[in-house]
Design a protein around this ligand. Structure first.
Ligand SMILES: CC(C)(COP(=O)(O)OP(=O)(O)OC[C@H]1O[C@@H](n2cnc3c(N)ncnc32)[C@H](O)[C@@H]1OP(=O)(O)O)[C@@H](O)C(=O)NCCC(=O)NCCS
Length: 153
């Protein structure tokens, strides 16, 4: 899988995946703003170097903490290891920067993402009541502790 920083030319593909995968999608302007946000790391992924964008990852680096905001794979490319590769890429970057922890929120009903995070040793640390809308739903809050994690996890 090929992962590279996102560019404005990628926004059409990102927007299509976002609308397909989220019931309350971010709009294009939000993603465009992230391209110029110095805290943000926005990456896209394809199966081949010049291939179609099949997935993306967006997170913020705030000192020693990473906040995962988006990880998504196009529906017809799911269950082929792309989400896992992107999550490993995210954790590898945090490790290389000497980060202490990574945090994320996920819908209570999002079994696929929850399985992915738990497989990679994210720990449930809390819940936020009615955090999401359309539909209204609680969030689970997960944390990854880089200091406590075994190498390669
Ligand atoms: C979550 C998501 C990124 C996973 O991407 P993916 O490429 O399909 O996942 P992978 O093939 O890399 O699977 C890795 C692991 O994730 C978990 N997983 C992925 N899809 C799953 C599903 N449908 N049901 C249960 N577990 C699933 C499993 O633990 C899997 O490991 P395994 O194959 O050893 O069981 C993808 O389902 C997606 O884009 N979902 C919509 C967007 C989203 O909800 N993002 C997270 C927001 S917090």
């Amino acid at each position: 899988m090929w992962i590279r920083p996102a560019q404005s030319a990628d926004l059409d593909a990102v927007e299509i995946i976002e609308r397909q995968q989220f019931s309350n999608p971010w709009n294009r302007e939000y993603f465009a703003a992230e391209l110029g946000n110095r805290l943000a790391h926005f990456h896209v992924a394809a199966a081949a170097p010049a291939g179609e964008i099949a997935a993306y990852l967006l997170f913020w680096r705030l000192g020693g903490e990473l906040e995962l905001h988006k990880i998504a794979v196009r529906r017809d490319r799911q269950r082929r290891g792309m989400g896992e590769s992107l999550l490993k890429h995210f954790l590898d970057m945090g490790r290389s920067w000497g980060c202490e922890r990574a945090v994320l929120e996920v819908r209570e009903s999002n079994a696929a993402a929850i399985r992915l995070y738990e497989k990679h040793h994210f720990r449930l640390v809390g819940r936020r009541k009615d955090y999401y809308c359309r539909p209204s739903e609680d969030a689970r809050v997960y944390e990854f502790d880089f200091r406590g994690a075994a190498p390669g996890s």
